[in-house]
Structures are given as C-alpha cells and as structure tokens.
Write a protein that binds this ligand. Structure first.
Ligand code: CLF
Ligand code: SF4
Length: 455
C-alpha cells in the first residue's frame, strides 16, 4: 500500500528542532557529528577510504576518529557551551553500522548525559535491518539511508563490492544485496514511526535519470524526506580515474523540482557536512571545541538550555507565520538571488572567500530557498581578489549565471566586472539574508536597459 510522504503534525513537532529535516530549524539549531565509525562494509566509486565519508561529509579532509569515551566527553563539553545544540549524529567517517559497538555505545552515553538532544544516524543501510531493536531502544528517531539506486543494473556502476558476514559480493550481485537491504531497513523503520530521510547522490551518466524512480519507491516505503546532493568525487576514487563530473547546478535544480512535483518532500539546504562537523549547517566549529579543552565533568544547565531553545522556537514560529502571510501576497515575477554566507542566516561572506552560495527565488514578497551551490573559493589566504585567477572565476561565474543579484559582504573589481558582464549585479550588504533579499529586489531590473541576455 502507498504510504504518504507528507509529515504528520506529530512528526512536524519532532522535526521542528532538527536542522536537516526542517528548513526553518537550520537557521537556529545546531548539529554535532561524532566521528566514531571508521570502518565501512561497502565500496562506493566516489569514495576513497582515506578521506571522510562523502555520504555525509565533504571529502578531502581526514577526521580524527574518537572512541565512545572521548565522544561522550566532547558531546558533554559542547552541550554545556552550545545552547542551540539540538541533534547529535553519527555519520562516519565510514559507515556507523559497520562499527555498531562504537556507534551504539556512543549514542547510549549521549542519551544518558545529554538527554535533551535528538539522536541521528546516517548509514549506507547494508546492515540496518539487524539494528532496528537497538535503534528503537535508544530512542533514535531520525535515520538517514543513502540510496543511490533501486535497480541493480544502475547500482553496479556505483558499488563495485559489498562485504557482509564474511562474504565479499561483487558487481550486480553486490548492488542487488545492498539495495534489497536498504529498502528493507527503510520499510521496517518507517513502519515503526522512525523519521527516515533518504540521501541520494546525483551522478551524471549513472543515476541522474533513475533518481525519480528512487524517489517514488522510497516514498511508497514511507521515507519522510529526500535529499539529492551533487556528486563530490574524493581524490583517488574510481570516479576520479573515470573522469566523472559533478552535475551542473541547473541539472540538480531541475531534478529537485521534478521530485517535488511528484509529491516528495525534498531537502534543499543540505551542506554535505563533514563527519565531525559542529554548529549550524554551513558552519564548522569543530576547531572551537578541541577534545583536550573539554572538562571531565562539564556542567550542563538543562534549564538554561530549555529556556534558550524555547526562545528559538518562538522565533521560528514567528518566521513561519510571517512567511505564510507573505505567500498570500506572493505572485509577482521572480528574481534569482545568490547569497554568500558563513552561516547564522546572515549575508556575511566576502565573494572571494565563499565556498558556497545559497540560491533563492523571490517575488518581492516571498523568499524561497532553491539550494546550495558549492564552489572552490576564488581567493586563497592573502591573495589579491583582483588578481587573475581566471579558471576559478570562470567556474564561479558560470555557476551564478542564472542569478540576477549576488549579495556578499565584499567583492573585488575583477569579479564584479565579470559578473556585470553576464547581467549579475553584486550588492555589498551585511545582516539578515531575508531582509537583504527583499531589499535587493528593487535592483532586479538594473540590467534591463543594457543589452545583456540572461538566457
Ligand atoms: Fe547529521 Fe545527517 Fe543527522 Fe543531519 S547532516 S547525520 S541528518 S544531523 Fe544534514 Fe549535513 Fe546534509 Fe547530512 S546537512 S550532510 S543531511
Ligand atoms: Fe565511502 Fe561512505 Fe560509501 Fe563507505 S558508505 S564507501 S565510507 S561513501
């Protein structure tokens, strides 16, 4: 029987403080990933084990793996300081369920010492069905499964092998086993009321045309949310050797829109975080919380945390209400706006230092987040922003070419001129993103009398 993917009001309440499941929550609430799971039981062609898991992390930087004891100490220390911490997740750097003792021991410790955070697990799903009882017992309410294919013919181009109970499976057989286990795990958890999110990596030429079928199937099985992210190829991976490329932003956007039209709730604000990320999405404050600096017995003021978070809830409710009111007036022509941000829901990043842009559409009343576009920063260190870094700049320009306005906290003359040439108007602003976007709309026709085609 078809199960609706729409979220019940009870579940809405549960996700209201989860920065990944709720777009509004991600502006206010923080997550903490604890890297306690180094081993993996499958091979993905985009991954290189020497680096973080790209299911839930940006490749290229190795995480420090923690023991459950160290993880407990770190979580307690962070919760004592970071009042908006609402979710603690295990997402790697390998697969959490290929390291079940470390993963569940860590969750049990977090539950004991910081009971007010939600526990979140992200897995490739191979052994998920074996751990359903532990998930329920520990009260883990959010589980993410990375499902890139439901057809083994597609899957065999993504997974060269899978290792299960002492047996190594290869080729189509490996993909068939993995897919059947992923779908079984999803169905079992969804039936038990767990909020299951499915992550899929869009791999042009491999699964891009297949992802609508994936979305449909996972919706039928009870997935709450579908998060499609662009391929990030780890250095040294098979896909790097094959010369595979990430999808263009427009291709990803078109796919997300298609899935949304088919009735699936689609996540647009994923930041492809590292397996040890701490803070608001888009921020990584791991370095602010070194393990050595954590007290052995930190004081977690639960009352103060509850009060602080209840104030955040009020702010979120007010924003949702205002958004609904703006939707009623909405309907004018749309302007696409790119925003350079370091997080905190603010325009606060210099163009040259941006590693990602948030992309919004606005009609002057409503502001809608379309997605996140990751880039290589234009300036490195003390480099001069006006210098000739032609290739990087060209890449960034092409990524922003469908936008009318760019909001950033600063920009050099060379990139400003290049953006102007393709009809993107950079505006230097500081402060709240939404306010800046609504204010910027009056400039949306800036290039109209100049002979520039937006294509
Ligand atoms: Fe972490 Fe994943 Fe839980 Fe979120 S991340 S385990 S569901 S708490 Fe979130 Fe990061 Fe995207 Fe993951 S933005 S990569 S979806
Ligand atoms: Fe790498 Fe994660 Fe795939 Fe394992 S599941 S191979 S760690 S991307």
């Amino acid at each position: 029987m078809m199960q609706p993917s729409c979220i019940s009001s009870e579940a809405e309440e549960e996700i209201s403080r989860h920065p990944c499941y709720s777009e509004e929550a991600h502006r206010f609430y923080a997550r903490m990933h604890i890297p306690v799971a180094p081993a993996c039981n499958i091979q993905c062609n985009y991954c290189n084990r020497k680096f973080d898991c790209v299911n839930e992390s940006r490749p290229g930087v190795v995480s420090e793996v923690l023991t459950p004891e160290q993880a407990e100490r770190k979580v307690r220390g962070v919760a004592a300081q970071l009042m908006q911490l609402s979710v603690v997740g295990v997402a790697g750097p390998g697969d959490p369920l290929a390291n079940p003792e470390q993963t569940f021991d860590t969750f049990a410790r977090v539950k004991k010492y910081v009971p007010d955070v939600s526990l979140c697990l992200s897995t490739n799903g191979l052994t998920l069905y074996r751990h359903v009882d532990e998930i329920i017992e520990l009260g883990i309410r959010h589980v993410t499964i990375t499902i890139n294919a439901i057809d083994p013919d597609v899957g065999q181009a993504i997974y060269p092998w899978v290792f299960d109970e002492g047996v190594r499976y290869e080729g189509r057989e490996a993909a068939e086993l993995l897919i059947s286990r992923q779908l079984l795990g999803l169905e079992m958890l969804a039936k038990l009321g767990i909020l299951v999110k499915v992550n899929s990596i869009m791999i042009p030429g491999v699964n891009d045309h297949h992802l609508p079928a994936v979305s449909q199937r996972v919706k039928e099985l009870g997935a709450t949310l579908h998060n499609v992210t662009p391929l990030i190829i780890a250095p040294g991976s098979q896909y790097e050797a094959d010369g595979r490329k990430a999808p263009r932003p427009k291709e990803l956007l078109n796919l997300q829109e298609l899935l949304g039209r088919d009735g699936m709730k689609v996540m647009r604000h994923c930041r492809q975080c590292r397996a040890d990320a701490i803070g608001l999405l888009g921020q990584d404050r791991n370095q602010d919380f070194p393990l050595e600096a954590m007290e052995a017995e930190p004081v977690i003021n639960e009352e103060a945390r509850a009060m602080f978070q209840s104030e955040l809830d009020t702010k979120i409710r007010e924003r949702v209400k205002a958004k609904q009111a703006r939707r009623i007036q909405a309907g004018g022509p749309k302007t696409r706006v790119a925003v350079a941000t370091r997080g905190g829901d603010k325009v606060n990043q210099h163009f040259g230092h941006a590693t990602e842009f948030l992309i919004y559409d606005t009609d002057g009343a409503d502001v809608q987040l379309l997605g996140v576009r990751k880039i290589q920063a234009y300036c490195h260190g003390k480099a001069d922003c006006n210098g000739d870094k032609a290739a990087t700049l060209q890449e960034i320009i092409s990524i922003l070419s469908d936008c009318r306005i760019l909001l950033c906290s600063g920009i050099g003359d060379a990139p400003r001129a290049s953006l102007n040439k393709i009809g993107v108007l950079p505006l230097v602003r500081k402060g709240g993103i939404q306010e800046a976007i609504l204010e910027s709309v009056k400039y949306s026709s800036y290039f109209e009398n100049i002979n520039i085609s937006k294509g």
